[in-house]
Design a protein around this ligand. Structure first.
Ligand SMILES: [Fe+2]
Ligand SMILES: [Fe+2]
Length: 161
């Protein structure tokens, strides 16, 4: 028997799908960056490429789990004004438990989710998630660029990944 495919346990989890839909409905008319599945996969792939390039020893499913879940609570920021790093870390716990992640892995992933909005070198996963999240944004082709609150040095104007 092969290993459990934990990435797709998350992806097919009903609660996960429900939160994806909630993010989508709150962002229907948003002109800035979205917090949707496409963003989550961009972050996952960039983080995984960076880990391979830099020989960072974190497994693929830990990287994908962090990326797939890092903004899953964005709708709670729209609805309740709860910072979405905190909301996402909180909502991720149940989904990770149901997807066969153990206590130590859940702690590591939720810590990286909590840290994803500010550069934090407390763990290599935190820093990987922060960097890939920023690098994933397509500022070079964005129509709302002039209204965006990202400073010019933060914006991605060149292709890096
Ligand atoms: Fe975020
Ligand atoms: Fe993000």
């Amino acid at each position: 028997m092969g290993e459990v495919d934990r990435i797709n346990l998350i992806f097919n989890n009903k609660i996960y799908r429900k939160y994806l839909e909630k993010n989508k409905s709150y962002e229907e008319n948003r002109c800035f960056c979205l917090h949707d599945l496409e963003h989550f996969l961009d972050v996952a792939r960039i983080a995984y490429i960076m880990a391979l390039e830099k020989h960072i020893d974190i497994s693929k499913d830990i990287i994908y789990a962090s990326a797939l879940l890092h903004d899953i609570g964005r709708w709670q920021e729209y609805k309740y004004n709860i910072p979405h790093d905190e909301a996402s870390a909180e909502l991720a716990i149940e989904i990770l438990q149901l997807s066969d992640f153990n206590v130590d892995e859940i702690r590591m992933i939720t810590e990286a989710i909590k840290n994803h909005r500010g550069e934090n070198e407390s763990s290599s996963l935190s820093s990987l998630l922060y960097k890939s999240d920023k690098l994933s944004r397509k500022c070079y082709g964005c129509a709302a660029s002039h209204e965006c609150n990202w400073s010019l040095d933060k914006k991605n104007l060149d292709i890096i990944y």
